[in-house]
Ligand binder design. Structure first.
Ligand code: CMC
Length: 426
């Protein structure tokens, strides 16, 4: 029998069904309230499930993250990013032949139209790469608009392959443009992560020379960021996609949402903060600033909307981070020492313990990327590459079943109707 809850407003009682989850919390189905003329109020969607989904499960209290049921720790240690892309898109892990054919589909679509260089040329050299990447991804709509039928499952999967294949190329073009350097063409002989690194840090016309340690760390960063259920950028992709807009436009909207320092921009913000602190001796001063109610400063890379125990991605990333620091021989780097001191103080301080503010994945990915010499402005772009399969999987999931245009309501607190007064009488 379906469990129900009743609510009584103005003496009228309405029964609402409770929908059972396969894992985690059940939700109260409030859809029937509109017929009663009632809306719910939930700014920031803290209590609202905006959709049903089979892609990713998070238990924030227990620190669990599953992609299609597989624990993130197992995937990080035994899989690779492309296999995880396949898993997210197709629901199941691939057989060897399915993996090979997926990989060759991705590799065969890595190049972009040569005219695309002009998109980047329109930006000043100092432009942030996230601005260029969001524009370039929206620009893909111009190339593939006619041939993308969003009601056709094969077209949607084709779009997914195309975006996963082309995002590293567009990201590297943005980076090279910012540096005033010649673009390095994609190389099919390299892995997904190696190819991205070569396009960014290689030299046009020269043989690739990518460090296996850095490529491994990069692949792990992509994989750990691949999906995170209905976060701000994924919800943005779903919301934009619910208007039936071109998928490249919906993904571009998600990239813009990711850019903010409260979301994907946090890894870059971590490094900017470490630079600002500058020295171990100033860590306590900044911890105090973060605790001060009259100061808007927050410790970047700490806290999470969902994880209130620990972020399982941060645990995996912390291992990689420490391994990379040792391998690169940079444990004595001044900024990394600031990071380690910050981590220690925050983990022991009551303010952070009481509020369950732990270092999140961006804290460790920011430090790892810094340790392997990745320029700070590329950090959020790297998150973008990682999150691409998640965004496109959620978009595809939404379009594969009946859906409605996303159109939240509001609690209006403004003026009641009043008459216009001409400017001379005000
Ligand atoms: N430093 C200091 N205090 C903090 C921090 C922080 N990083 N994060 C939260 N708090 C305090 C906050 O001021 C509040 O204090 P009080 O209860 O006294 O008012 C309390 O902790 C609860 O915070 P909240 O704002 O209700 O938490 P939230 O769930 O709305 O926000 C967050 C989560 C991630 C936006 C926030 O913790 C934050 O801004 N962190 C820093 C930015 C960051 O690292 N973001 C990356 C998140 S992981 C990547 C991703 O998945 O996108």
């Amino acid at each position: 029998m379906t469990e129900k809850v009743s609510i009584t407003i103005d003496g009228k009682t309405t029964e609402l069904p409770v929908l059972k989850a396969s894992e985690g919390r059940s939700v109260v189905d409030v859809r029937g309230l509109i017929a009663e003329g009632i809306f719910t109020f939930d700014p920031g969607f803290l209590s609202t499930a905006s959709c049903d989904s089979k892609v990713t499960y998070i238990d924030g209290d227990a620190g669990i993250l599953l992609y299609r049921g597989y624990p993130i720790e197992q995937l990080a240690n035994q899989s690779n990013h492309l296999e995880v892309c396949y898993l997210l898109l197709n629901d199941e892990l691939p057989s060897q032949s399915q993996y090979d054919s997926f990989e060759s589909s991705i590799k065969s679509q890595q190049t972009v139209d040569p005219n695309f260089q002009n998109i980047f040329n329109g930006f000043t050299q100092g432009a942030h790469p996230m601005s260029m990447v969001s524009a370039a991804v929206a620009g893909l709509a111009s190339l593939f608009h006619e041939e993308t039928d969003i009601t056709n499952a094969d077209d949607r999967m084709q779009t997914a392959h195309r975006l996963i294949a082309k995002i590293p190329t567009l990201a590297a073009m943005a980076y090279k443009h910012g540096r005033g350097e010649a673009f390095v063409e994609p190389n099919d002989d390299l892995t997904y992560a190696e190819n991205f690194l070569n396009m960014c840090f290689g030299t046009a016309g020269e043989d690739p020379n990518v460090s296996p340690t850095i490529a491994k760390a990069m692949d792990r960063i992509f994989l750990l960021h691949a999906d995170h259920e209905q976060n701000a950028s994924t919800s943005t992709v779903r919301m934009a996609g619910s208007t039936d807009c071109n998928p490249y436009a919906a993904i571009s909207a998600g990239i813009c949402a990711l850019w903010g320092p409260a979301h994907g921009g946090a890894n870059e913000a971590v490094l900017l903060m470490l630079n600002e602190i500058g020295d171990e001796s100033r860590v306590e001063e900044y911890v105090n600033k973060a605790k001060d109610k009259n100061d808007s400063f927050k410790l970047m890379g700490f806290g999470h909307r969902v994880y209130k125990n620990f972020d399982p991605r941060a645990t995996v990333m912390q291992e990689s981070c420490h391994a990379v620091l040792v391998e690169q021989g940079v444990e004595d780097d001044a900024l990394l020492k600031v990071a380690q001191r910050l981590e220690k103080i925050a983990r022991e301080d009551d303010y952070f313990i009481e509020r369950k503010l732990y270092p999140n994945i961006d804290f460790y990915s920011g430090i790892t990327l810094k340790a392997v010499g990745i320029p700070t402005e590329l950090f959020t772009v790297i998150f973008t590459l990682g999150r691409m399969p998640g965004w496109i999987t959620h978009w595809n999931e939404m379009l594969s079943a009946p859906y409605k245009i996303a159109r939240p309501r509001q609690l209006y607190l403004g003026e009641s109707s009043r008459d216009y007064v001409s400017i001379s009488d005000r």
